[in-house]
Design a protein around this ligand. Structure first.
Ligand SMILES: Nc1ncnc2c1ncn2[C@@H]1O[C@H](COP(=O)(O)OP(=O)(O)OP(=O)(O)O)[C@@H](O)[C@H]1O
Length: 515
């Protein structure tokens, strides 16, 4: 046991003496020190009467007594309320700002997640006169720019100097929630978009964002917000795009509005995940200042308190039947079914929809679909118009949908991190939730070991009567036949579209573009 603990000891010294969030308790809003009364009302309007432990712990390090002196690395289970843990102190601190400019940037890996986080900010920020923007490519870039940048009113008949006009461009938002791709678009090309006043950078779902470089968004943001004058441009050329039009966005010492003649305040970073990396090389990319590690309990990975894990043991070829039987038993309860790839998501969802027995609405949600389709599906799922979402992993991190009582791992997760993020779509905010994993009997031992990494020793078998499985066999056969037909007609449609495109010369254009 001692040996196991030693093995999981973080390499970085500052990670070895963390603040233990599990020692904190919920704190009623009335008892929260220094909370702005306007924000208290906004929180109450959201149905929040007390803060969760991670929110209290972060409040202490940001508002008082910690006063944002250190960068924060927060590792806290799924559904524990990490979003509000950073949104609330940032909004409260910025509520004193005199002039509007972009002071807080929150980066998230997907558009749906960014929208979700923007909604949390939007529920509290206006109460103290702050404005929140979104840069995710949901609308056209022109629409997005007009939301983010305030242009001066021009009078007819007057000839303006373009340089003067550039000076007049101002941020229309105090807080921006962005995905890396669209953020880079604005950094590179949007006139008047500047990070020079940025005080807070939040990297949510850090381990996921650090895995993907997205046009070097992180080094670019760090370079543009570095407050020391020295060597400002020295290594910028290694990652800044050649057509980089925003060198003027690099923060200038002592000329920031509201900070005249004072050095710029240090950029405070907050990085969060339910499975925060402890890899020194990865964390080094964040260039953290005197970081403070906040984590829950002693084990590295933790599942939500009220999550119940179950396994269903069955032969691989009978998995669809077990899934159908399970979904039938769950009735109208909201459920997310995870598969291992976008292709199997599509196939499984099509198959389930051919089961006449299932009188529930089932849709797929995966990276194969267009964003607009995904967003529509997610909306319908939130509204309860869809009961089951069949999903691949990539899109579901951080997703917060009320009333998801069940998660099913149709394909076994290969890593504990995957299990944590999938299972974490239920049992959120202290609610009860169940996670079912379909396993072949040969996989049981490995799965047990996997769960032990999250300190979970209890995963009872959820049994399905074999008579029920037998009764489903005839319907399964006809569903399989229909699936075959659907797959063939989809393949035919793809071939026809491909043929038409190549006749229009589009194939050649793509080929050139790839070179
Ligand atoms: N203080 C609170 N009181 C009641 N509900 C809360 C409180 N804080 C957050 N919640 C709710 O808890 C749910 C989970 O919050 P959130 O999405 O921030 O979790 P998370 O820790 O970021 O999870 P994940 O790691 O999956 O992204 C949300 O529905 C949110 O509205």
């Amino acid at each position: 046991m001692e040996e196991a603990k030693k093995k999981s000891m973080p390499v970085l010294p500052w990670m070895r003496s963390p603040v233990d969030v599990s020692l904190f308790e919920d704190c009623p809003l009335d008892h929260l020190p220094c909370l702005d009364p306007r924000l208290k009302v906004a929180l109450q309007n959201m149905g929040i009467s007390s803060l969760f432990p991670v929110q209290v712990a972060v409040w202490q390090e940001t508002i008082g007594p910690g006063l944002f002196e250190r960068d924060l690395c927060i590792n806290s289970p799924t559904g524990s309320g990490k979003t509000l843990s950073y949104a609330l102190p940032i909004v409260q601190t910025l509520s004193n700002r005199a002039v509007r400019c972009l002071r807080a940037l929150v980066v998230l890996p997907t558009r749906d997640l960014a929208l979700q986080v923007k909604d949390v900010f939007a529920a509290i920020a206006p109460a103290v006169g702050l404005s929140v923007g979104l840069a995710v490519g949901q609308s056209s870039i022109a629409d997005e720019i007009s939301e983010l940048i305030k242009r001066p009113k021009l009078e007819a008949g007057i000839c303006y100097d373009p340089e003067d006009l550039l000076q007049e461009l101002q941020s229309a938002v105090d807080i921006l929630v962005a995905t890396p791709g669209r953020l880079m678009d604005h950094i590179n090309a949007t006139r008047g978009f500047t990070l020079e006043h940025l005080c807070y950078l939040v990297v949510d779902e850090t381990d996921r964002l650090l895995r993907e470089a997205y046009q070097a968004w992180l080094p670019t943001v760090l370079q543009l917000t570095r407050s020391d004058n020295e060597n400002r441009f020295s290594d910028a050329s290694t990652f800044l795009p050649s057509a980089f039009g925003s060198l003027k966005t690099i923060r200038r010492c002592g000329v920031e509005r509201g900070f005249k003649d004072k050095p710029n305040p240090r950029l405070v970073k907050m990085v969060l995940s339910a499975t925060l990396t402890q890899d020194p090389n990865k964390l080094a990319q964040l260039d953290l200042h005197h970081p403070l590690f906040l984590t829950t309990g002693e084990t590295r990975y933790k599942l939500p308190e009220r999550l119940e894990s179950y396994k269903l043991i069955c032969e691989s070829k009978l998995k669809p039947l077990y899934l159908v039987a399970l979904l039938q038993s769950l009735g109208e309860e909201k459920c997310i079914v995870f598969t291992s790839s976008v292709e199997s998501t599509h196939r499984l969802c099509t198959l389930l929809n051919h089961f006449g027995e299932l009188r529930i609405k089932i849709k797929e949600y995966s990276g194969l679909q267009r964003q607009s389709v995904r967003s529509k599906t997610l909306k319908a799922f939130r509204e309860g118009k869809i009961q089951v979402l069949v999903s691949s992993d990539a899109m579901t991190r951080g997703m917060d949908v009320e009333g998801v009582n069940n998660v099913v791992n149709y394909d076994k997760p290969a890593y504990i991190k995957t299990y944590i993020h999938r299972a974490g779509r239920t049992a959120r905010a202290g609610q009860l939730g169940r996670c079912f994993t379909l396993l072949h009997k040969d996989e049981v031992k490995r799965f047990k070991k996997l769960l032990q990494k999250a300190d979970n020793d209890s995963c009872p078998v959820h049994s399905i009567p074999s008579s029920l499985i037998e009764s489903l066999r005839p319907v399964y056969k006809s569903a399989l036949d229909k699936l075959k037909e659907t797959v063939e007609s989809e393949a035919h449609r793809k071939r026809t579209i491909g043929f038409k495109l190549s006749r229009m010369g589009k194939g050649r254009v793509t080929g050139r573009a790839k070179q």
